[in-house]
Design a protein around this ligand. Sequence first.
Ligand SMILES: [Ca+2]
Ligand SMILES: [Ca+2]
Length: 132
Amino acid sequence: MDDCLSDPCNNGTCTDTGSNSFQCDCVSGYRGTRCSVDINDCLSDPCGAHGTCTDLPLNAFECACESGFSGTLCEDDVDDCASSPCQNGGVCRDEGQNDYSCRCRTGATGFTGANCTDVRGGWVAVPAVCGD
Ligand SMILES: [Ca+2]
Ligand SMILES: [Ca+2]
């Protein structure tokens, strides 16, 4: 009789190989004698150090990225300078995960503070008013 009639291969193609014998040709992503084992696609740690991997059916997985990282494999360090946090002409530099630093403009009317919002020395140069 045809041992493939009962459809024993869950995720594969059955070949009758004789009396009470069959062989399953598994589709990619499954293994086992009846192709019922979903291969864990997270074993190779595809999401890296900044993501958590979830195995999905077939050859698929999903990465949940930790804060500050994005991309399919969480490989992109989010640009923390994108919102232009440095004020008054300060130059922003991305410092990795959820961090940035500002290099503030210095000089007579320089600025300081984390976002270059404080006037250096605590005074503001105002135009002199003449002929009051
Ligand atoms: Ca899988
Ligand atoms: Ca960053």
